[in-house]
Structures are given as C-alpha cells and as structure tokens.
Write a protein that binds this ligand. Sequence first.
Ligand code: ATP
Length: 367
Amino acid sequence: MTLAMRLELRAVHKSFGATRAVNGVDLAIGQGEFVSLLGPSGCGKSTLLSIITGLVAQDAGDIRVDGRVVNDVPAQKRGLGLVFQDYAVFSRLTVQENLAFGLKARATPRAERERRLAAMARRLDLEPLMPRRGASLNMSEMQRVAIARALVVEPELLLLDEPMSNLDAAVRMALRTELKRIQTDLGQTILYVTHDQAEAMAMSDRIAVMDAGRIVQIGSPEEIYRRPSTRFVAEFIGDPPMNMVACEVLRDGDSVAVRTALHGPFSAKASNVGAGNATLGIRPHDVRLCEAGSPDAALATVLDVENLGSEYIAYVGYGDAVLAAVVHAGAVAPGDRVWITLDVSMLQLIVGDDLVLRPFSRESRHA
Ligand code: ATP
C-alpha cells in the first residue's frame, strides 16, 4: 500500500548571504507518518521548517501540501499546525482559555470543545494548571501548554520545532510517549524537528538526518542506527557514539580482508574497495568481553570505567586508539587486562566520507 503524500519538498534551497542554510532538500511525508528532522545545531532544520510554514521564502524549489504547490500561499492558509521552541502562550488568558482559543476560532461546538479540553488536560497532565494565567507559567509548563494547544485542534499536519527543549528529562520522556500515542490515535502526520536523537528514535516512523543544509539519510530509526550511509550519520547517531578505529584493507586478487591493530584479518565482501587505510565503525554494544582462547580474542587494558546508570562503559586501549565497550556493572576495573572480541557482522567499513558498507558476516572471522 502506498501512502498518500501529505507533505512534499522538492529541490528546496535557501541561502543567507554566503551561508547555504538549506541546500537541495527533497522529502516526502505520507499520511499518518511521524517523521523527525534530526541534525546538529546550525544544519538548517529550523530554516527548512520555516520554509514549509511559509514564514521564510525559499530561493528555489517547491513545497506541496496534499499534492498542491503552496509556494505562494501565505503561512496561515497552508493548513498546518505549528509549535515552535519559543512559542509563547497568551499571557493574559488562563491555560483553559489558551487551549480553547483554537477550537473557538474554528467554531467547534461547546460540548465537543469541553470534551477535547478535558481529554487533552488529562493526557498531558495539565489539569492543575487549567485555571492559571499564561503569565504565571514557567518555561516547562509553557511548553506543555503550547504542545497541548496545537494538539487539541487535531491538525492533520503538525510541525513541531524542538517543542520539548525546556522540559526536564522525566517530563520529556512521559510527554514523548503521550505525543506518539496521540499522533497514532488521531492518525496525524507530524514533522518533528530536534537535535535530540533519543527523542527522534523513540517517536519516529522515519528519521531524516540533516547535515550542512542537506538530508544525508532518511530511514527507520533501526536503519539509521544499524545501516548509516555516511561517516557523518555513523558518528552522529548512537549514544554512546560509535567507535571509529583505524584499519587496513588487504587485497589479494579478488579477495579482500580487513584488519585492525588487534583483530582480523576478516574477509570482506567489498570488491569495490582498494587496498590501503580505512576506518572500522564499531558500536560499543558490539564489543564483547570474552574468555581467553575465544575466536578472535585480543588482549587489551582497561583504562577507565564510566557508570551510565543502566549500563557501564569500559574504555580499553586499542592500538593508538581507545575503544568503548558496554559491560555489566562490576565486570572490569581500570588496569584490568581483558580479552575482547568484536561482533564482526555488525562492523561498518568506512572509506573516505561517504562509503559505509556492512561487508562482514559471521563467517568473516575465518579469513
Ligand atoms: P538550531 O538547532 O541551532 O536552531 P538549525 O539546524 O535549526 O540550528 P538553522 O537555524 O536553520 O539551523 O540555521 C542554518 C544556518 O543558517 C546557520 O548557519 C545559521 O546561522 C544560518 N541562518 C539561519 N537563519 C538566518 C538568518 N535569518 N540570517 C542569517 N543567517 C541565518
């Protein structure tokens, strides 16, 4: 089944002087999809969102909503719900009145209005705030009210720009679960802008990763995490981040193998890669402690151990580099000599900036 496209961007460009804020973006979001635009500060996320809303005019390219080009349609007539990071609520109105505002503007009948207000207040835990005036809210409360105010009118297409940036971790986690539920219940289409990968991973059907004005990869959270298509995505996605280890590509006729300072050679299906230096990307979860004598076990020294609460990270010396490995509490201590092995099927071979392969299988161990 193909989804009807709610929002399409084609070859969108925007420069500010010499800065190419958005540099040729194509993106199509289907009916009922939750798509996140994820990237570091300054990569062009907010500019792209402002172009979609009509608050900033693109230099080139088309924006379509439900198949209709809206380039010349003013912001308020594009049929989009919006929440910005610094979206202020009406300070003289109570929270109740703030939430009712959009419904009244749409002449929603009173009974329906009250039903929706009560449901939203309950779902977003706003009941104690309802009688308070906007001016008396702190930033965290204001953001929750801004999100509720956008959701309560049940817009079919909703754009959210870092809407949870002022919330503390516990509130943010509760709210993202609820936001995802509301989106699913109402079948809404959402484009969600964030630099927080945990947020994007938790809620999105697809994530569009942005770097320097371009979308460099778009895919499910699983695809983005497991099969990054560029070095940038490999380094940006993952917390703790992926280890990047120097390796050597060896060629003998058609057969290719890869070795690091301590492991390999592993045979690789990488006929297009020449001999020479490259990089292996290894997630800390794919580095394992093992027994002496296990296949491909290498001896390394633990330099440091970091407690992340739910898991521990051991940092081990690896040639000239340091490798992070996820370990159980108490498994190792600084100074320990440990045997480590790599989950070869999960390794990424990175050549230059753009080529990332998954050329290894479990059999690769026996190169
Ligand atoms: P952040 O998460 O920090 O908001 P972002 O990914 O949303 O970052 P943008 O705010 O879209 O990035 O900015 C992209 C680039 O365009 C940056 O280099 C920024 O300095 C520049 N830029 C954005 N708006 C303007 C403007 N009005 N005038 C000049 N330069 C701008």
